[in-house]
Design a protein around this ligand. Structure first.
Ligand code: 5GP
Length: 191
């Protein structure tokens, strides 16, 4: 019988570098990862690709998907909906893949209530100053949105205690190495 995979919840304040670290983790085939592409009502950034980074939809479409119970979790974040399509995650887990969800804290809480054997990892910046400079460096949003994201980060950081693991993103190499070790241990423990 095919061994089932597990869910990996990967959270951390906006701008902390989750995307870059995910890309690096996917280079390790032995981690057997599948990426859950979320649905969002946020505007697409110029460097983003539909279906790869997100499924970009309008609010009525998103609300319909909620009504049809097609999401594993969803949340509103700085004025937009974000959610995880349920069927893809469950199918991939059945196929033995370890499905990585890059989601914020409210959604993570919903998933942990439903799927108790998920692994949860919270990525933190070395400092809030460093986080601000990383968000500013992205230059993708107006100042008001940037301020809202920073305020959200201050709210989210204390919730790191709800996660199995906390990793500091000092450098991409170090954070990737730490998360890879965590995942290798989880894979080994589930055999
Ligand atoms: P961004 O707009 O920067 O891409 O994402 C904003 C926040 O939403 C990030 O913390 C990101 O991890 C989170 N996020 C992305 N997809 C989902 C999702 O499907 N569900 C939830 N709850 N949060 C998500």
């Amino acid at each position: 019988m095919q061994k089932k995979g597990f869910l990996i919840i990967f959270s951390g304040p906006s701008g902390v570098g989750k995307g870059t670290i995910c890309q690096e983790l996917f280079k390790y085939e032995e981690l057997n990862l599948a990426y859950s592409v979320s649905m969002t009502t946020r505007e697409k950034r110029s460097d983003e690709i539909e279906g790869l980074n997100y499924f970009f939809v309008d609010r009525p479409t998103f609300e319909n998907v909620i009504k049809n119970d097609e999401l594993l979790e969803y949340a509103e974040f700085v004025g937009n909906y974000y959610g995880t399509p349920k069927s893809y995650c469950l199918e991939q887990i059945e196929k033995g893949k370890n499905v990585l969800l890059e989601i914020e804290v409210q959604g993570a809480t919903q998933v942990l209530e439903k799927i108790t054997d998920a692994v949860s990892i919270f990525l933190i910046p070395p400092s809030l100053e460093e986080l601000e400079s990383r968000i500013r460096g992205r230059k993708s949003e107006p100042e008001s949105v940037l301020q809202a994201r920073l305020a959200k980060a201050a709210d989210e950081l204390p919730l790191q205690s709800n996660y199995n693991y906390v990793v500091v993103n000092n450098t991409v190499e170090q954070a990737v190495a730490e998360i890879k070790t965590i995942l290798e241990q989880e894979i080994a423990n589930r055999i």
